[in-house]
Every structure is written in C-alpha cells, then in structure tokens.
Design a protein around this ligand. Structure first.
Ligand code: ADP
Ligand code: MG
Length: 698
C-alpha cells in the first residue's frame, strides 16, 4: 500500500466526529494527524468486571466504582460543599467537593451513570473526596458496543477539551472511527523475527488492544508492545549515536602503560581496590583505541573515583598529552587541585588550577596553551571562550550531573576528539544509566576501600534535639568534631540562610558556649569558605555549621558526627552524599537526622531508607522510585524523552530487552533484510530526523 503512510498524516479534522473546532483544541494536546489520534493512549482503564460494590468500600482503599446519580447539590448549611450521592442499586456512595462548585453544579443529572475513582474515607458511610469521575453511556445507548465492553478506556481530558465536548466518551467514538479506517493498513516497522522472538503483538493489534481491549490479557500485551516501542526507539537512537561517535579517529596515539604510572602506583599510601584496578584497566584500554572514549564511571561516595581519574590522566601525561578535570564548584576544584598536585609533584608532573576567581588567569592560560602544564583542574572556566589547550587528550568531568549537556560538549571540544570520562557523585540506577546515559560505556565501582566503618544513622524529631546536642558535646569532649547541616533550598534561599545564621548564633551563644563553632554558607566568598573549612580541618573549630555546600566538599577524617536539621527537606541522594562526609576516619561515626514530628509520607520513606541502608546503589533505586526520572536527574537538560506509557523503573525488564534488540541491530549482530532496515530507518527518521540515517544496511 504505497500511500498508507501518508494517510496516517491526514489532518485529524476530517475524521468523523472531529471537525475544525475540535481539531483546533486537539492541537493543544499534541494531536494533529490521524496517527497522533491513534497514539493518544488512554490514561487509565476501568475494568467493569472488577468494580467494587459500594458495600465493600473500605476506608483508605484506592478504588474504582460505578453507580447512578441519586441526588446532588450544594449542602445546606455547609455552604462550600458540593455533594453527589451515587447508588449502585443497593448502597450509597457520597462524592464530595470543597471547590469547583460552579463547574460541577450543572454537570450531573439524576440517573447519570458514572465511574469514579479515588481514596475511600468514611463520613456517614463511604465517601470519596475530589474523585476522578467519568460519565458512562447507558447500556441501551446506540454506541453500547464501544462503551460497555468490560474494560473501558479513560482519556486525559483537559478543561479546554471538555468545552468542545471531548470527554472520554467522545474520544472513544472518534478513536473507534479512526481505528476502523486506518488500522487495516498499519504496517509494522519492526521485523517479524524480532516480534516473534520477544513475543510482541503486531503494531496493529497493539493499537486496537490499547484502546479497546477485550480482556486484561490483551490489554497487558498491547501495553507491553507499545512500551517496548518507546524504549526500543530511544535505544536505537542511542546505539546509532554511539556508533557514530566510534567513527571518529583520535589525532593522538598511546603506547602501553609504563614508568610514570608505575611510579604513581608505588607512591600511593594505600593499595587500590579490585574495582579501582578494573576501572583503570578498562579506561586505559579505551584510551589506547583509535576512536575516542565515552565512558561513565560510577561509584558510591568515597569509593575512590578521584584516584581512578588521576591514573588515567597520568597515562595521558606519560604519552606527552594534556588532561583536564572539570568540577562544579570552586571549593571542590581547589581540593582536587591540592590532592592532584600533592600526588604528582614528585613525579615531575605540572599541574594548574583554573577557576573564575584566580587572579593571574592570563598567565595560567598561557601556560596551558603552550603545553607547560600537564594536568588542569578547574570549574566552568575550563570551557570558556579564551581557554586553549596545546593538546588536550583526556577530559574528565566530576559530578557530571551538575553540568548541562552543552557544557560537557564544549569542554570536550577543547581537545580534538578527546577521550571523555564522566563521573557521578552517587550511583545512578541501571535503568537510568541505560536511558539518560545510554550512549556511554559504563564502569562501576561497587566496593568501598577496606576499613571504612559504616556510619550509624538515627532519626529523631525536633523535641529530642537536646539529647542530640548532648551527644555532640560528649563526642567533642573526646576530641572529635561535628557537622551541623541546614537545608538551603533555592526557592527559599534567603529565609533558609537567615535561619541557618540564627541557628548558628544560638548554638554558639546558648547551647555550646564552651565549644568553638564555625559557619560556612554559599553566600560567603570562596576565600572565606576555604579559610573556615581549612580551619575546621586543622582543628580550629569543634563544630562546623553549614548549609549544603559541604555536599561536594571537604574531607575531614576527624569529624565523627553529623546532625542534619530539617532532614525531611533534603532529597535522598543528597542525604546520602552528606552522610558520606563522615565515617572517613578511624573513629565510629554517627549521623543524626532531625525532622518535624509529622513529616510527609514520602519524607518518611526517604528518612527510613537512609536509616536502613548505607548502600548508595540501593538508595539511588529508592530515590528514583520516589521522585521519578526527571526529578532524579535534576532540572538540567538530561535528554530523556517523555514516555507516554513506559516507566523506566517499573518496566526495567522490557528496557533491557529493547536495548539489546536495538544494539544488536546497529552492530549488525542481528541480520536484517534491506526492506526491514528501510522500514526501521523510516520510523527512526520520522522520529529523530536524518541523523538516524546511519542505520545502514550491508
Ligand atoms: P569519591 O569516589 O567519592 O570521589 P574519593 O576519590 O574522594 O571518593 O576518595 C575518598 C577517599 O578515599 C579519599 O580520601 C581517598 O584518598 C581514599 N581512597 C581512595 N582509594 C583508596 C583505597 N584503595 N584505599 C584506601 N583509601 C582510598
Ligand atoms: Mg569525588
């Protein structure tokens, strides 16, 4: 069917029941063509064979129920309450709204059949407050066939859609019409063998099944196929982009590791762990290849990623090339520079620090451009206009999630096809590594260096704070040091800063008058922060009060206690990061989380997770589950598409399969016919543009 494809691009307006007015509004939800409409998937389904009778509604249950309107109206005497009384023939269910009366008032008629869902409470019988609701057609309606099947699709309908009559019921009608016209000519773009091997429904059946499933099994199969598609097409793009990168050729080359690296290993005050050695081996192997490395190194806080990066940088230096490491803050840049220069000076390696605030930036830049410097540590300054390297061959990015995609790219482009090593501050769940960072090779450091004592973590409420203070006092009397951390959230930065300063003064003047207390916060100058943290490191203070700037900061082995105020306001990974600052010395360490007496439900989950686990990989999984991928990755560009149906956490098994299929096709491990390649490529091009043309046959 030559023009079947073109037909799917028919404007949606010409489908019976749509018309120009509705078509205009459909645009607002991204539906412009026939195929868009078929891909306007239901948001939920109500299975009528699985409806809870009103008599079985229990407090706290999440339910779907169906009934007819018995009465409705604004409650007399309780001016602001709108209620609808539903009957299922035997019992009653009350629906209650505290707002939106004007909108609701004229919507319900006696005997309307509606489906509702929400959480059941009890107030003179079962009640659902602010339910989701949906008008159903009566059984004797002309379109009974589509509306009274056992499983009813419910569509996302905005207020605007509703004003032109586009409620779920209408969607069911027009989608049914569209399926009748177009479904017969839907041609699957996935190869038959792939469908068979992975037990996937053909696209046509999946599109019918997602809208009008005959039973639960069909719905499940349809969803699986469409979820597979979303993930497969993403992975196909990643596989192609990786293959494209591998076509580049580095201008420089490497000889096998030799003296400088051996001397470096010998100079270390500890032996590397097995995982560190393995990571270095993988990276050095990449560096010796002719195409540039793109590798993500991930490991828990304190797992020793810096040394791994440093060994790789020394390998570059050994081959007469330059290396640079970029970090998100000046504090961290200074610390890394100290560590790196301290460890490499005796090897004759020249290092340089480059941040926005160094005073002699010009001369530093000159040294870098002329090749007098081997290893550069810096902040965003590293990729600014005026910076040039003589021969940057290895670009390392620490705490990569703090940089945007473009920033990473601009840094890498300071070299010619430089090798790229990106490192994470905390582990990223595998499902995210395969999607958001799916075009990178992955190295994981699983184990911490030996001798780390796990930090004991306790969670207390505000009213127990004085006990926590006493504990801090007793530790300090033994010569230890403590952190007290306050949240500093961007939206309420000013207030947070204020309260941290006030709390600091209170600790200093009233609670610990006999101890020495320092304060660090993000509004201080870099020098001031550095002066205080150095003071703390050298024992000039017993307690350091900070906002979250220590998150990516100081290494102070003598600090054995951390008290985190308003712990419910921190993210899970952030708490884990913070806690990673203690437990670095020989003494047993303690982390005390202080929260209000009544934190939110997810805050309780976060705090319980941090108390019960010290494993960054487990914590990252929980964090991802609680916050979702977008939040987890942060507000910066992360390149992860919005899936309609797929959820990378819930559907991680499908993700693994989809990735393997895509990568096998691109690497030609899976052999396809020219025709099959063409169909796949057309689909990819329509989604991602011409860059997908790399998917070649032959
Ligand atoms: P992260 O992975 O969080 O960046 P770092 O690289 O800062 O961790 O290392 C944390 C600490 O562990 C540093 O003080 C470092 O010197 C130390 N360290 C690294 N590797 C080892 C090892 N193999 N044995 C003992 N200590 C190590
Ligand atoms: Mg680090």
């Amino acid at each position: 069917m030559p023009d079947a494809k073109a037909k799917f691009l028919d404007p949606v307006q010409y489908i019976k029941g749509v018309g120009p007015k509705r078509a205009e509004v459909l645009k607002t939800v991204g539906v412009e063509t026939a195929i868009d409409l078929l891909r306007y998937f239901p948001r939920r389904w109500i299975d009528r064979s699985n409806i809870t009778p009103f008599s079985d509604l229990k407090e706290g249950d999440q339910v779907s129920a169906v009934g007819r309107v018995a009465t409705h109206g604004i409650l007399r005497g309780r001016r602001n309450v709108f209620e609808v009384l539903l009957s299922d023939g035997k019992d009653y269910l009350t629906l209650t709204w505290f707002k939106g009366h004007r909108f609701l008032k004229n919507r319900f008629k006696r005997d309307d059949l509606i489906a509702v869902s929400g959480t059941v409470t009890h107030f003179n019988g079962p009640q659902i407050v602010h339910p989701e609701f949906e008008f159903l057609a009566s059984e004797d309606d002309t379109d009974a066939l589509i509306h009274s099947g056992r499983i009813i699709p419910l569509y996302h309908t905005t207020a605007e859609l509703k004003t032109v009559g586009l409620e779920s019921r209408r969607f069911r009608q027009i989608i049914k019409t569209a399926l009748d016209i177009y479904a017969p000519s839907i041609d699957d773009y996935l190869p038959d063998q792939l469908l068979k091997d992975n037990r996937l429904l053909p696209l046509k059946d999946a599109l019918i099944g997602i809208h009008f499933p005959e039973n639960q099994k069909q719905l499940t199969m349809a969803r699986e196929r469409l979820i597979f598609d979303e993930m497969f097409l993403l992975e196909l793009k990643l596989a192609i982009s990786r293959q494209t990168l591998k076509k580049d050729r580095k201008p420089h080359s490497y000889s096998a590791p030799s003296r400088l690296l051996t001397d470096f290993y010998k100079s270390l005050p500890f032996t590397l762990t097995k995982d560190q050695n393995k990571a270095i081996a993988q990276i050095l192997e990449d560096m010796q290849r002719s195409s540039p490395m793109h590798r993500l190194l991930m490991g828990d806080v304190g797992s020793g990623k810096t040394i791994v990066a440093l060994a790789s940088m020394i390998f570059a230096v050994e081959n007469g090339l330059q290396a640079a490491i970029m970090v998100p803050t000046e504090l961290l840049a200074e610390q890394h520079d100290r560590t790196i220069s301290g460890m490499t000076k005796k090897l004759g390696i020249k290092t340089e620090l480059l941040t926005g605030s160094v005073s002699d930036k010009r001369s530093r830049c000159e040294r870098i451009a002329s090749g007098k410097v081997d290893i550069v540590t810096g902040t965003h300054a590293l990729f600014s206009e005026g910076i040039e390297f003589k021969n940057l061959a290895l670009a390392v990015i620490d705490e990569q999630h703090r940089f945007g995609v473009n920033q990473r790219l601009r840094f890498k482009r300071k070299g010619r096809h430089a090798d790229l090593l990106v490192m994470t501050a905390t582990p990223i769940p595998r499902s995210l590594a395969l999607t958001a960072y799916g075009d990178l090779d992955l190295t994981v450091i699983r184990n911490l260096p030996p001798g780390r004592k796990p930090v004991t973590t306790a969670w207390r409420t505000e009213d127990n704070k004085s006990k926590a203070y006493e504990f801090i006092r007793s530790e300090c009397e033994k010569g230890r040091q403590a952190f007290v951390v306050f949240p500093l959230v961007e939206d309420s930065e000013k207030m947070d800063l204020q309260s941290a300063v006030t709390a600091y003064e209170n600790l200093r003047d009233n609670i610990f008058p006999e101890l020495r207390i320092g304060l660090i916060h993000g509004r201080m100058s870099a020098e001031e922060r550095d002066r205080i943290s150095k003071g703390f490191r050298d024992g000039a203070f017993d307690i350091l009060v900070t906002t979250t700037v220590i998150e990516v900061g100081i290494d102070i082995p003598n600090a054995s206690v951390m008290l985190i105020e308003n712990a419910e306001r921190f993210g899970l990974s952030q708490l884990h990061q913070l806690r990673g600052r203690i437990g670095r010395g020989p003494e047993k360490s303690y982390c005390i989380l202080i929260s209000s007496a009544d934190p939110s439900e997810t805050a309780v989950e976060r705090l319980s997770a941090i108390v019960s686990s010290s494993n960054g990989f487990d914590i990252a999984e929980t964090d991802l589950r609680l916050r979702g991928p977008g939040e987890f990755l942060g507000s910066r560009q992360h390149g992860l598409p919005e899936f309609k149906l797929a959820d990378i956490v819930r559907d991680s098994a499908i993700l693994e399969v989809a990735r393997k299929c895509a990568f096998d096709i691109v690497s030609k491990k899976t052999k396809l016919t020219t025709e099959e390649i063409k169909k796949l490529r057309d689909e990819a091009v329509s989604l991602y543009g011409r860059s997908s043309l790399f998917l070649t046959s032959g």
